[in-house]
Design a protein around this ligand. Structure first.
Ligand SMILES: Cc1cc2nc3c(=O)[nH]c(=O)nc-3n(C[C@H](O)[C@H](O)[C@H](O)COP(=O)(O)OP(=O)(O)OC[C@H]3O[C@@H](n4cnc5c(N)ncnc54)[C@H](O)[C@@H]3O)c2cc1C
Length: 426
């Protein structure tokens, strides 16, 4: 029940924030109340406002102030478990339906950027790199699943020499190049959608925390007044402690960090990533990076299972990861360093559903939410309007609580993840 701690990030430093609805609220009635002004909540607000519903969105902090305005900006194909992993988690038909939705999610970004004229540095190209030679076997499995099960022909396998030429780094032993995925200035994109939602009539309130939700009566209590709604959507991601106690144990908020260098000479970027792809490795605790439109290297990595976002050692850790990837940038001047929380589920698929007669929720995008949040929001909006076909696909995925209850959950997950971290060495 709290706003994410404020972070001064590269993203915040490079946007002009619009003024949203700041009139005092009081007690109000509305068709739909949305809690959370990230990519999920804004996507719901935009679609419903355009269809004529009255919409009130409250955010405990600023619009896009959560994960949506802090992430790596990578627009990934598929969902967090990966293509082969998806087949381990669900049956083939469900996996194909989910994968099709993830492709819709990428198209939705393209469509919305054009339709609302959002200037957000959208670029194409994603490389998934094998950090160890033995992992190329898994890359081949992943490639085959993409092509043979999900019908995706656009992804190419690269060998070591091609991977080194593409990334300018000898860390990678090959991998998958996906020209259909890409990257975006996620806060510019989120604020662009929020502007469109406001223009369509949605009332967006910043610095208004939802203190409690009555799922049967549809009442959201805030310090500024009570909102009585036909439908309530909880899109509070890793921060919705206490709002839906039965749903919360299915996801865990994990801290992670991002850093930018100061702007580098264009020749450096042209030498290191001449195709301007974004890159992600295949470790359990992964490194991900790309160049920004103004030539900074934006590099993410590290993890805190205690959920720490401040990460006092983050700058040192990220510097070491950058140096391991690009020794020539070991002494590059640092720009901004910030953290955020990723909401992960046990099966790494988003948990979307209903809680009570009037309440809908979405969380647990498991580090791969830039694209899929948009479609999740769209499906919730459609379901509220009576068309729940797509919503049923996503909400049909079973989820389980993390074990250990409120006190042992984090220590147990930390132990489990340490095991995977160990495997990163092989
Ligand atoms: C450091 C980092 C890097 C990432 N990198 C990538 C990436 O490269 N690619 C990718 O696909 N995904 C990435 N992700 C994940 C992605 O950013 C998220 O999945 C996505 O932004 C989630 O959007 P959301 O709208 O659900 O949540 P958020 O953007 O977190 O929004 C939730 C909002 O709810 C508000 N809120 C919480 N509680 C309350 C309350 N009680 N009352 C009112 N408001 C409340 C918060 O203030 C917040 O603004 C990353 C995440 C992080 C943290």
């Amino acid at each position: 029940m709290s706003a994410p701690p404020k972070a001064w990030s590269y993203y915040e430093a490079t946007v002009t924030r619009p003024a949203f609805h700041d009139a005092p609220m009081g007690d109000v009635d509305t068709d739909v109340c949305i809690v959370g002004g990230g990519l999920t909540g804004i996507s719901v607000a935009l679609d419903l406002a355009e269809q004529g519903a009255s919409v009130r969105l409250v955010d405990a902090g600023r619009i896009g102030g959560g994960a949506s305005g802090r992430n790596g900006g990578q627009i990934n194909t598929g969902l967090a478990p990966g293509a082969a992993g998806l087949l381990d988690v669900c049956d083939r038909a469900t996996a194909q339906a989910l994968f099709a939705l993830s492709e819709d999610a990428i198209r939705l970004i393209d469509d919305r950027v054009v339709r609302y004229r959002i200037d957000c540095d959208l670029a194409r190209g994603f490389f998934y790199g094998a950090a160890k030679p033995g992992r190329m076997k898994h890359m081949a499995v992943e490639h085959a699943a993409l092509r043979d099960v999900f019908g995706l022909d656009r992804v190419h396998m690269l060998d070591r020499a091609e991977a080194v030429a593409l990334t300018g780094s000898d860390r990678f032993h090959g991998g998958l190049l996906d020209p259909g995925a890409g990257h975006v200035h996620s806060l510019k994109y989120c604020l662009g959608l929020a502007r469109a939602a406001a223009a369509a009539g949605a009332m967006l309130h910043e610095d208004v925390p939802a203190l409690s939700v009555d799922p049967e009566r549809g009442i959201v209590v805030t310090p500024q007044g009570r909102i009585r709604a036909e439908h309530v959507v909880i899109a509070a991601n890793a921060y919705f402690d206490g709002l839906l106690p039965n749903v919360e144990p299915r996801a865990l908020g994990v801290g992670t960090w991002v850093m930018t260098t100061a702007p580098l000479a264009p020749e450096v970027r042209d030498h290191l990533l001449p195709g301007n792809e974004c890159v992600c490795d295949d470790n359990a605790v992964l490194d991900y990076f790309r160049f920004t439109a103004d030539n900074r290297l934006l590099f993410g990595g590290g993890v805190s299972y205690l959920g720490r976002e401040d990460g006092p050692a983050a700058a040192g850790l990220l510097r070491r990861r950058i140096a391991a990837t690009y020794p020539e940038l070991a002494d590059a001047p640092v720009g901004e360093v910030w953290g955020g929380k990723v909401s992960i589920t046990r099966n790494r698929l988003p948990d979307i559903g209903r809680a009570g007669r009037r309440v809908w929720y979405a969380h647990g995008f498991s580090g791969q939410g830039v694209a899929i949040t948009g479609i999740a929001g769209k499906l919730i909006a459609a379901a509220i309007q009576g068309d729940d076909a797509g919503f049923r696909i996503m909400s049909g995925v079973p989820h389980r609580d993390f074990p250990g209850g409120p006190y042992l959950r984090r220590p147990l997950v930390t132990l489990g993840r340490l095991w995977y971290r160990l495997l990163d060495r092989f």
